[in-house]
Design a protein around this ligand. Structure first.
Ligand code: PEP
Ligand code: MN
Length: 470
């Protein structure tokens, strides 16, 4: 199955779960040819740098923060939203660096996270059965705009490019400097307790950075052993990488290009295929079939990849997957993102850890405490309970510890978005702000899965940070 020759289009001979049917195939082909001619969004050397850093995560020398929206939307591609997202990711990572005294690898679900898998192809809205909303790169949220339109793939490319351009700008213009955390953080923090805890960290960090500058140690960047050949981070002063679920294989194929392998010694003839739409791509829990189109596509790209691991994945299936996507057992190549649900993790994670260990496959273990814990509130809103999210996360940490393994990172859906009056979203229940069911409707802005807001995210950051301090 995996022994046959791989090409960027070899996935087409396999069954693609969650495939989209376009009414006009020729229109689709024209759009894909256009996308294929457009420049890469990210470069092979940035991609290799992330692989290198994920290998450091696997050796317990760094921690991975994977976070952002469940799905981005074209309308949410604004200055405010992008800087709020980057600000939250930086704040979260700062708390982790402070607690864990380890570099943090930041990977945003950003600049391309548009497509969504759905449990059903159609849904009932009012008295009409319509095609399900599949994400802004496929069709519209408006029930009258559900026919898949290939032009949306092109629009996704340009929205990704605009987002990434602004992210690169923010990261190289001082906004993201760890020397000036006030630029991106405190305006959001309303809770006095959280605020003072966060202030303590930023003041301590500023002192530490000033000290290292005074004695001439680096420029406030993270540990030298973490660097690949020195130089600047992938996107500027701090490292930041992009990611999305590699769901729409037509688009992923159009963004896949052959390049000389980046970072190898000069003169090497070796080449590889890079997906140049994002640094990191993951395959979802619904599309990771061993003989499916997605795994076929994923096995051939150089990018570091994630695999979502849920309760329906058997131990042998998991190791068979690893064998297909990483036959040479290269460190940094595969990240397993576990998402069982707080009530199920104990039944599955220990077996998965044991099976992976027995197989000799190097992986980064990441906990996604969001996707196994979604529920519907009394008022009919899709939500998640902060306490349940924390429960899966703490179980995950302790199961890894008791199995002689280590959690290498977290994967979260969160947002720093504020409304016009400066208030955070109200999509998940609980947290230090004790959000109640009645308050959920106040500022529920997600059109996909419920996200932790700024305060709830910092609560999680402190919890993880405290764990690593001990
Ligand atoms: C997601 O990450 O938004 C998602 C759909 O996850 P999963 O594939 O784990 O359900
Ligand atoms: Mn989601």
């Amino acid at each position: 199955m995996s022994g046959s020759a791989w090409t960027p289009s070899s996935w087409k001979s396999k069954h693609a779960a969650q495939a989209v049917n376009y009414p006009d195939e020729q229109h689709l082909a024209r759009v894909l040819a256009k996308i294929n001619a457009l420049p890469p969004l990210v470069t092979p050397s940035e991609i290799e740098r992330l692989r290198f850093q994920l290998a450091a995560v696997q050796r317990n020398e760094a921690f991975l923060l994977h976070a952002g929206d469940c799905a981005e939307s074209f309308d949410a591609c604004t200055q405010q939203n992008i800087s709020a997202k980057i600000g939250l990711i930086l704040s979260f990572s700062l708390i982790l660096i402070w607690g864990g005294r380890l570099p943090v690898v930041r990977v945003g679900r950003i600049a391309g996270q548009y497509a969504k898998p759905r449990s059903s192809g159609t849904e009932r809205i009012g008295d009409k059965e319509v095609l399900s909303f599949r994400g802004d790169n496929v069709n519209g949220l408006d029930p009258n705009d559900r026919t898949p339109d290939p032009e949306r793939l092109l629009s996704a490319y340009f929205h990704s490019a605009a987002t990434l351009n602004y992210v690169r700008g923010l990261l190289t213009s001082g906004f993201a400097s760890l020397h000036h955390p006030r630029d991106w953080s405190l305006s959001h923090v309303r809770s006095p307790a959280l605020r003072s805890e966060f202030e303590k960290i930023t003041e301590g960090l500023s002192d530490a950075l000033d000290f290292s500058r005074t004695i001439g140690v680096g420029s406030g960047r993270e540990s030298a052993t973490f660097e690949r050949g020195g130089g600047r981070g992938a996107l500027g002063e701090v490292d930041f990488y992009t990611s999305h679920e590699g769901l729409m294989l037509d688009y992923e194929q159009a963004m896949t290009r052959e390049f000389p392998l980046a970072g190898l010694t000069a003169g090497s003839q070796e080449k590889g295929y890079y997906n140049t739409s994002a640094h990191f791509l993951w395959v979802g829990d619904r599309t990771r079939q061993l003989d499916g189109a997605h795994i076929e596509y994923f096995r051939g790209i150089r990018n570091p990849i994630g695999i979502k691991v849920g309760p329906t994945l058997g131990n042998e299936e998991l190791t068979a997957l690893l064998q297909i996507v990483n036959p040479d057992k290269e460190p940094g190549r595969v990240t397993l993102i576990t998402r069982y649900g707080a009530g199920k993790i104990q039944d599955h994670l220990p077996g998965h850890i044991q099976a992976v260990r027995d197989s000799g496959h190097p992986v980064v273990w990441v906990c996604d405490p969001m996707h196994g814990n979604t529920l519907t509130s009394g008022t009919g809103l899709k939500t998640r309970n902060f306490g349940t999210i924390i429960s899966e996360l703490t179980s995950c940490i302790s199961i890894h510890a008791s199995c002689g393994s280590r959690l290498g990172g977290v994967s979260l859906e969160f947002t720093g978005e504020l409304n016009d009056e400066g208030f955070s979203v109200t999509e998940c229940l609980g947290g230090s702000m004790a959000l109640s069911e009645e308050q959920l409707g106040l500022r529920y802005q997600s059109f996909c899965d419920p996200r932790l807001n700024f305060e709830q995210s910092l609560d999680v950051a402190f919890l993880v940070s405290n764990y690593f301090k001990d």
